[in-house]
Design a protein around this ligand. Structure first.
Ligand SMILES: *[C@@H]1O[C@H](CO)[C@@H](O)[C@H](O)[C@H]1NC(C)=O
Ligand SMILES: *[C@@H]1O[C@H](CO)[C@@H](O)[C@H](O)[C@H]1NC(C)=O
Ligand SMILES: *[C@@H]1O[C@H](CO)[C@@H](O)[C@H](O)[C@H]1NC(C)=O
Ligand SMILES: *[C@@H]1O[C@H](CO)[C@@H](O)[C@H](O)[C@H]1NC(C)=O
Length: 460
């Protein structure tokens, strides 16, 4: 098993990406807000989807969501405003890619559940340095290829695309209407952005991004000059929204993240099913929790939404030694039941984040249960553990179910004979269920019912 640390050590030398990414950010500031998530229909059935995307896990490139999360975690907060923070390798997270067609042109694009725009780098775009804004050769942005505007693409006049991601990346461009095909589903008249100006940490494999979040945080602004964008965004329908509004799919998507080594390059990452569930083995018992949408809002003159997280509240955590609290769990009144800390913790569900981040009391307790115990390292911002330690039994309770984490996922190889524990301390900041959790479940994002559902995966 190769963890993110080892990966970065290799990549930093090869591409100098991490160094650029870690040290010098343009200073962007964000506020955290909430968005209402209103159900508009009953939960969709848990049936297999006709449309399934294979995701590949991309080694190079920093996850957008991890960038936001970490800027919240340790960015110098002043009066509720957070600045972008530097990331250590363990915080960089993972990106997933899949295929997309704009018209007849095919590309690989980053799948992102936290943003809503779908865009490609346009032919002849200008690449600029993320830190300095200085013009760089196009190849420095590391897009695999570029999109050539051709019919039936129809430009939308008098609007512009302008987005800043939490890791410092920013892009601007134009909007147009184009047939877009993802997983064999074609939206004939989809609004897409074509980027003509990019500060981007690319991966050499993808050429753009597909956003799976809500219309409210799309990045369309009035006028043709992005530098003058001070008004609020003009929301439009993202591709997934059009898919269900046009009746092409049910209003849900689901994610089965695979446990695969992130050694180098592109490896299988999992399945994303649109309109149903992917063909993996899972328990028939689902647990559900309503969405609480959390947004990051750029602290511009007029605050504009930039990023969105699917957030839920847990019903407790299973680990030895938390017996003293188990009888207070509403759904588990049996005092002889499993040891469960009944803490109701608000957690972001995020495939772009590698680890599980939990409140200090829980993270400390779980890490102390490794034998020998995992010890917190300020340098790593994580708990260090011997790779041959015995992991504790650890589960996350959602609704009336406990989802256990395979002990394999609780060790991330640090590349130096030690491992990083899969459970980290969230400090005063937001808790997150990242890939360490997601590898053990099928995660269903039911947008229609405004809830998340989980089923345990087969033990694989
Ligand atoms: C961006 O500029 C900084 C500072 O001049 C430099 O260190 C870095 O290498 C540049 N990044 C790229 C990708 O060229
Ligand atoms: C994007 O919009 C912001 C205002 O929200 C503006 O300050 C910035 O200059 C714009 N970006 C570019 C590259 O013009
Ligand atoms: C239960 O969780 C809370 C955090 O939500 C923590 O402070 C407390 O120490 C935990 N209790 C035990 C017994 O682990
Ligand atoms: C576990 O690994 C450490 C080195 O990290 C080694 O010193 C120790 O002997 C190993 N323990 C067992 C039981 O194999």
């Amino acid at each position: 098993m190769f963890g993110p640390r080892k990966l970065c050590a290799a990549l930093c030398i090869e591409l100098s990406l991490c160094v650029v990414g870690v040290l010098g950010f343009r200073s962007h500031k964000f506020k955290v807000g909430g968005l209402p998530a209103v159900p508009f229909q009953a939960p969709s059935p848990n049936t297999q989807a006709s449309y399934v995307l294979s995701l590949t896990r991309q080694a190079a490139g920093v996850s957008r969501s991890a960038g936001y999360v970490q800027s919240l975690r340790k960015g110098n907060e002043v009066n509720g405003v957070y600045g972008v923070a530097s990331l250590t390798s363990v915080e960089e997270g993972e990106v997933f890619l899949t295929g997309v067609e704009f018209g007849t042109e095919s590309f690989q694009a980053v799948v992102d559940t936290g943003s809503s725009d779908t865009w490609l780098a346009g032919k002849g775009f200008q690449c600029v340095n993320v830190t300095t804004g200085a013009v760089e050769p196009e190849s420095d942005c590391l897009f695999a290829s570029t999109y050539t505007i051709e019919p039936p693409f129809t430009e939308i006049p008098d609007v512009n695309f302008n987005i800043t991601y939490g890791d410092g990346e920013f892009l601007t461009g134009i909007f147009g209407i184009e047939p877009v095909t993802i997983a064999g589903i074609t939206v004939k008249n989809q609004q897409v952005a074509v980027v003509d100006y990019a500060a981007w940490f690319g991966d050499g494999v993808s050429s753009g991004l597909i956003g799976f979040a809500f219309p409210s945080i799309t990045s369309q602004y009035a006028g043709t000059n992005p530098a003058l964008d001070t008004t609020s965004n003009i929301p439009y329908n993202p591709v997934f929204t059009n898919m269900y509004e046009e009746g092409l799919v049910a209003p849900l998507f689901s994610l089965a993240i695979e446990r695969s080594s992130l050694m180098s390059g592109t490896v299988p990452g999992g399945l994303l099913a649109i309109g149903g569930l992917p063909p993996v083995l899972f328990s028939p018992i689902f647990a559900s929790a309503p969405f609480q949408l959390l947004t990051m809002v750029a602290d511009a003159p007029t605050p504009v939404p930039q990023y969105q997280f699917y957030t839920i509240t847990t019903n407790g955590f299973y680990y030895e030694g938390s017996e003293d609290t188990h009888w207070s769990l509403p759904n588990f009144p049996n005092p002889f039941g499993p040891p469960t800390n009944a803490s109701q913790v608000q957690v972001i569900v995020d495939s772009g984040t590698t680890l599980i981040y939990l409140p200090n009391g829980i993270a400390n307790a779980v890490n102390a249960l490794f034998d020998p115990p995992a010890i917190y390292s300020d340098d790593e911002g994580a708990y260090i553990v011997e790779c041959n330690a015995t992991a504790p039994e650890f589960g996350v309770r959602i609704g009336a179910e406990t989802f256990f984490i395979n002990s394999e996922d609780l060790f991330l190889d640090n590349g130096d004979g030690t491992c990083i524990s899969g459970v980290d301390d969230a400090g005063d900041s937001l808790s997150i269920l990242g890939d360490v959790f997601l590898k053990n479940v099928l995660a269903v994002f039911d947008v229609g019912a405004s809830e998340m559902r989980f089923a345990a995966r087969e033990f694989y």
